[in-house]
Design a protein around this ligand. Structure first.
Ligand code: KIV
Length: 268
């Protein structure tokens, strides 16, 4: 088992080896994914949606995210563990940003943090990198700006926004990010950004030319059915399996078929 580090991801890009990333929010899924040799586990603020049932990621708090990162770190041995900085945890002041990012590493076992945004967060990124906290960027459809965008549509289809996104990506790389998520942007633009950068791009809904891909684990396992984005490939339909298993259990209990003698204890 070779531990994945930020350095390994740069080496993978240099060798043309694709990087596989999934989210996780608890130790059980994290350890199953780690066992399967996923390279990066991201504790996304998507926890607000898939774990807490909210309609956006905006309600995720630092305390919630620290809790999930701590749970996940209990299940990870090999993958690089990245913690998503929630809305308003890195915008208010430099001091608060450092304290929050530091909590993820010191209290929860994260090895890097992810921040959404471009030019406005460059100084923040530099500050974090300067104190030894690796940063993953996130451009395109950044869900923390969903109200600003007015919906979950594809970003940067028009030339002006595409040009700004490329500038932001180059500026983030210069500020020291070790990698960058590109969410829901046209595939040709994601390819252009990926070729322009030395650090790996991790796409979600941004086509095959990114250096790696990320999906929400609950989405790709068919456990979260509220949102159906066309970029989500469902590798299993575990949600349906869970409902079927629970129905079977209910019937067994009602019929008195569960527990059996073998599933019960005798006096000695
Ligand atoms: O919150 C999240 O899960 C994310 C990924 C989908 C990139 O930001």
């Amino acid at each position: 088992m070779k531990k994945v580090t930020t350095k390994s991801l740069l080496e993978m890009k240099a060798k043309g080896e694709k990087i596989a990333v999934l989210t996780a929010y608890d130790a059980t899924f994290a350890s199953l994914q780690d066992e399967a040799e996923i390279e990066v586990i991201l504790v996304g603020d998507s926890a607000a949606m898939v774990i807490c049932g909210e309609s956006s990621t905006l309600t995720a708090t630092m305390d919630q995210m620290v809790y999930h990162v701590r749970c996940v770190s209990g299940g990870v041995k090999r993958a690089l563990l990245v913690a998503d900085m929630p809305f308003m945890s890195f915008q208010i002041s430099a001091e608060e940003t450092l304290r929050n990012a530091g909590r993820f590493l010191a209290e929860a076992g994260a090895e890097a943090v992810k921040l959404e945004g471009g030019k406005p967060i460059l100084d923040t990124v530099k500050r974090l990198v300067d104190v030894g906290i690796p940063v993953m960027g996130h451009l395109g459809l950044t869900p923390q700006s969903i109200h600003q965008f007015g919906g979950w549509g594809v970003r940067a289809r028009e030339q002006g926004e595409a040009d700004r996104l490329l500038e932001d990506a180059l500026a983030l790389e210069k500020a020291g990010v070790f990698s960058m998520v590109l969410e829901k942007i046209p595939a040709p633009l994601a390819g252009e950004v990926s070729r322009a950068l030395k650090v790996p791009t991790i796409g979600i809904g941004s086509g095959a030319d990114c250096d790696g891909q990320v999906l929400v684990n609950y989405d790709m396992l068919g456990l979260y059915e509220k949102f159906a984005m066309k970029f989500v490939r469902k590798y299993r339909l575990l949600g349906k399996e869970v409902t079927a298993a629970v129905r079977e259990y209910i019937q067994d209990v009602k019929k008195g078929d569960f527990p059996s003698k073998d599933e019960s204890y005798d006096i000695n």
